[in-house]
Design a protein around this ligand. Structure first.
Ligand code: GLN
Length: 451
């Protein structure tokens, strides 16, 4: 099959289902077909992604292709440059199909906060695909692309992957360059992969990993070939099962699916033991100080002068800023900016931000201690399977709870993968496998058990 044939097949699939699912904000048909023809002509298939059509979350810059972060304020933004990951995909001869829907500026857990439209879960159109990378996860699950990139600040790759029954990997902080990823909370953000299976995950991770001089937080360490981890062998692997992730608030069928996965590991010769990560319950609350604080600072740049959309009627400069930001940002983004500005204001800094940073250290220490003894830690990816559209939009705290299992991992900067491990009420359930820093290879090996 040629790249053009494959790209056409995927575009046909988009024609069939996109009207219902609405995973894409931008579809670059012509660009994709042109790219595929060029690749066929060159006939250089030495690179693993050559000719394979993929989609990119709309907070990752793509040269000459609109990048909106699903926000009205960036509704007309066409980046003059590629994010490092976009550049790497192109250098690998991947075909870029378009940009996927998301919660505005990656703030949310259901893609209902998109400033443009909602995306639906391909398994049940009345349910959310998760978020914030809901467009990427839904597109992969519905066969509208072969792979997709997402970003994960507090679970935004793993949770939608879990809700849509696909594989999502958040690499270690620093493994993949964030250059060209529109910043939400810079100390937590990380770009990763959403794929149909673990094999594709290893292939795409190979393509995007590595040090980048344009991102000072990317780490200069050798990148292994992740496809070498695609071996069915967990014999002797030490697996920790933290009791804090299986208690109250976790749906019964989700818990059972995770315990069944633990038994599968044991039957293959791994050792599973219950462990405790005692500071888990504080991670979510500390996250909702740290992430909004960083967001309030990062989003200060949208003033109507330098990027995106500018208000039309205004009296003076201050009025221009105010109107642009009032009209351009949606309600959840405004909520985060207010929370973050409050937490950072003088007099409150010590009480909130500093305290939250201390909690973050404790959460990280829990993991450090566990990883002295265990190779990986497993848990549910999310407390429940995909919820109904509209079910949580009225209550931000309920929405925030859907990331309770994924957020601690970002706080500690660790890699984690979500892999389908069962069903709850007919909807897919994800198993989260957390690894040591820069040990993506081991979580891929463990996840391969479920391939
Ligand atoms: N749902 C979380 C939030 O709204 C996580 C988002 C993310 O990972 N980008 O902050």
């Amino acid at each position: 099959i040629s790249s053009e044939e494959l790209t056409k097949a995927v575009l046909e699939r988009i024609d069939q289902v996109e009207e219902k699912i609405r995973a894409f904000l931008t579809i670059d048909r012509e660009g994709a077909l042109e790219m595929s023809r060029k690749i066929d002509e060159e006939a250089d298939f030495s690179r693993t992604l050559a000719g394979i059509p993929g989609a990119i979350k709309d907070n990752i810059c793509t040269k000459n292709l609109k990048t909106t972060c699903a926000s009205k304020i960036l509704g007309n933004f066409i980046p003059p440059y590629d994010a490092t990951v976009s550049k790497k995909l192109k250098a690998d001869n991947a075909v870029i199909l378009g940009k996927t829907n998301m919660d505005e500026f990656a703030m949310g857990s259901s893609t209902e906060n998109s400033g443009f439209f909602i995306t639906r879960n391909p398994w049940d159109l009345e349910r959310v695909p998760g978020g914030s990378s809901g467009g990427s996860a839904a597109a992969v699950a519905a066969g509208e692309c072969i792979f997709a990139l997402g970003s994960d600040t507090g679970g935004s790759i793993r949770q939608p992957a879990s809700y849509c029954g696909v594989v999502g990997l958040k690499p270690t902080y620093g493994r993949v360059s964030r250059y060209g990823l529109v910043a939400y909370a810079s100390s937590l953000d990380q770009i990763g992969t959403i794929t149909k299976d673990v094999t594709d995950c290893a292939i795409v991770l190979n393509a995007i990993s590595g040090w980048d001089e344009c991102d000072s937080t990317s780490v200069n360490m050798p990148v292994p070939d992740y496809t070498e981890s695609l071996v069915a062998d967990v014999k002797g692997m030490k697996i920790g099962l933290p009791k804090e992730y299986l208690g109250e608030g976790i749906d019964k069928e989700v818990r059972e699916a995770v315990l069944a996965a633990a038994r599968t590991f044991e039957s293959l010769g791994a050792v599973c033991e219950e462990i405790s990560l005692p500071h888990t319950e504080y991670a979510l609350w500390a996250y909702y100080i740290i992430a909004p604080a960083e967001a309030s600072s990062n989003l200060a740049r949208y003033d109507g002068i330098r990027y995106g959309v500018r208000a039309v009627d205004y009296d003076d400069l201050i009025d221009l800023y105010k109107k642009t930001r009032s009209e351009g940002f949606g309600p959840e983004v405004k909520r985060r900016i207010m929370l973050g500005t409050y937490a950072l204001s003088s007099g409150y800094y010590d009480a909130y931000y500093l305290k939250a940073q201390k909690v973050r250290t404790l959460v990280k220490r829990d993991f450090d201690m566990a990883f002295e003894k265990y190779d990986v830690i497993i848990s549910p990816t999310a407390p429940t399977a995909a919820f109904r559209i509209g079910e949580k939009t009225g209550d931000p705290l309920k929405m925030y709870m859907s990331d309770v299992c994924t957020i601690p991992v970002n706080m500690a900067g660790l890699p984690a993968i979500s892999v389908p491990c069962g069903f709850s009420n007919g909807m897919p359930v994800g198993l989260q496998i957390i690894g040591k820093a820069f040990d993506e290879a081991t979580i891929i090996r463990a996840a391969y058990t479920f391939e």
